[in-house]
Design a protein around this ligand. Structure first.
Ligand SMILES: Nc1ncnc2c1ncn2[C@@H]1O[C@H](COP(=O)(O)OP(=O)(O)OP(=O)(O)O)[C@@H](O)[C@H]1O
Ligand SMILES: O=c1[nH]cc([C@@H]2O[C@H](CO)[C@@H](O)[C@H]2O)c(=O)[nH]1
Length: 295
C-alpha cells in the first residue's frame, strides 16, 4: 500500500562529511581523527527527527542521479520516508556539507547546496503535477537552504498558500533568507535567539523578547529557543507565552533545535494546545541533550 505523507519536508537532503578529532584545533591544524559520512541537510535532519516521533515525511529536494544520490535515496527510504517526491537531476551532483570538529567544538564548515539552488522551483513540481493533493493544505517543514527568490515565491505564491508552513533557518549565515516570511506574515518560524537577532538586525537577551520583536516585524507565529534558558511561543492574537526547559546534564547540543521543532510539530499534530505543545517540545529536547535518545 502506498503511504500518505503526514508532512512535507522541503529543502536540503545531502551527505554530511564530518571530520572529528580529540585534539584542540585551530586554523591550519593537521591532526589524526575520524571522518564519517551520514545523511544531513536541514530538511533531512528534521525529517529524520519527525520520523522518530512517528510521522511519515515526504521529501521535496534535489538529489543527483549519481551513485552518492542512489545511496542517499536508499537511506531516506530505509527510514520510512516518501522519496518519489524527490527531484532527481541528470546533470547536477548530489550536494554535500563538510565540517571539521575539534575538542574545542566546530572549527569550520562549508555547505555546498549548489544543486538544490540550481534546481530551484523544479523541487516543487509534486505540488502542481498531481503527485500531491492540490492545493496542499497539510503540514510543511521548510528549510532556509533554498534561494531567497524561491523562499519568497513560497511565502507569496498560491502552491503553499493553504499549507501549515513551519520554517527553520539553515544556518546563521542564511538566517536573513527567512525575511519573506516576516514581510508576508506567513508560516511559523522556529529560530534560536541568535537567529532571531540576525533576522531583526539586533541581539536579544531572552526568547520572549525575541518572539515579541519578530511578531512586531510581521511574523505570523514564532517559536524561539535559547539553550537551557526559557523558550517562547507567540502569535499576533494570543501574545507570547514562555516555559523553562527541564534541567538536565547536557551531553550533546547539536540537533537540539531540530528535536525541539519536530517534537513541537508532532505534539500539535496530536492536538496539543500551545502550552502543552511547548512543554512537550522542551521535554523531548531535554531528553535529547541529555543523550538518552539515539541520533
Ligand atoms: N544547556 C541546555 N540545557 C537544557 N536544555 C537545553 C540546553 N541546550 C538546549 N536545550 C534544549 O534544546 C532546545 C533547543 O536548543 P537551542 O536553543 O540551543 O537550539 P539550536 O541552537 O537551534 O540548537 P542546535 O544546536 O541544534 O542548532 C532548548 O529550547 C532546550 O529545550
Ligand atoms: O547552510 C547549511 N549549513 C548546514 C546545514 C546542515 O545542518 C547540519 C549542521 O548544523 C548538517 O546536517 C548540515 O548538513 C545545511 O543544510 N545548510
Amino acid at each position: 500500500m502506498k503511504k500518505t505523507a503526514d508532512i512535507l519536508c522541503i529543502g536540503s537532503v545531502l551527505w554530511d562529511v564530518i571530520g572529528r578529532s580529540a585534539s584542540v584545533m585551530r586554523q591550519g591544524s593537521d591532526v589524526p581523527g575520524r571522518i564519517t559520512r551520514l545523511p544531513g541537510g536541514v530538511a533531512m535532519n528534521i525529517a529524520m527527527t519527525l520520523a522518530r516521533f512517528g510521522l511519515t515525511p515526504a521529501l521535496l529536494t534535489a538529489i543527483g542521479r549519481d551513485a552518492e544520490g542512489d545511496e542517499l535515496l536508499a537511506a531516506c527510504a530505509a527510514r520510512g520516508m516518501i522519496t518519489d517526491t524527490i527531484y532527481r537531476s541528470d546533470d547536477l551532483p548530489t550536494d554535500r556539507y563538510m565540517a571539521v570538529e575539534g575538542a574545542n567544538g566546530l572549527i569550520a564548515a562549508i555547505a555546498d547546496a549548489h544543486s538544490l539552488e540550481a534546481a530551484g522551483a523544479k523541487i516543487l513540481r509534486p505540488l502542481t503535477d498531481g503527485t500531491l493533493p492540490a492545493p496542499y493544505a497539510g503540514l510543511v517543514a521548510l528549510d532556509g537552504n533554498l534561494t531567497l527568490d524561491l523562499l519568497a515565491e513560497i511565502a507569496t505564491g498560491s502552491a503553499l498558500a493553504q499549507a501549515d508552513l513551519r520554517v527553520a533557518p539553515a544556518s546563521p549565515g542564511k538566517a536573513e533568507r527567512l525575511t519573506p516570511f516576516l514581510n508576508n506574515n506567513r508560516g511559523t518560524l522556529y529560530v534560536n535567539c541568535e537567529e532571531a537577532g540576525l533576522l531583526c538586525q539586533t541581539s536579544f537577551a531572552t526568547a520572549p523578547q525575541a518572539a515579541a520583536a519578530l511578531l512586531e516585524r510581521g511574523a505570523a507565529r514564532v517559536l524561539v529557543t535559547n539553550g537551557g534558558d526559557d523558550a517562547a511561543e507567540g502569535d499576533a492574537e494570543g501574545g507570547v507565552i514562555h516555559a523553562t526547559p527541564p534541567q538536565v546534564l547536557v551531553t550533546r547540543v547539536t540537533g537540539a533545535g531540530d528535536t525541539f521543532m519536530a517534537a513541537h510539530i508532532a505534539a500539535e499534530s496530536r492536538g496539543a494546545n500551545r502550552h502543552a505543545a511547548l512543554a512537550q517540545a522542551l521535554e523531548a529536547a531535554a531528553i535529547y541533550v541529555s543523550g538518552d535518545t539515539p541520533n
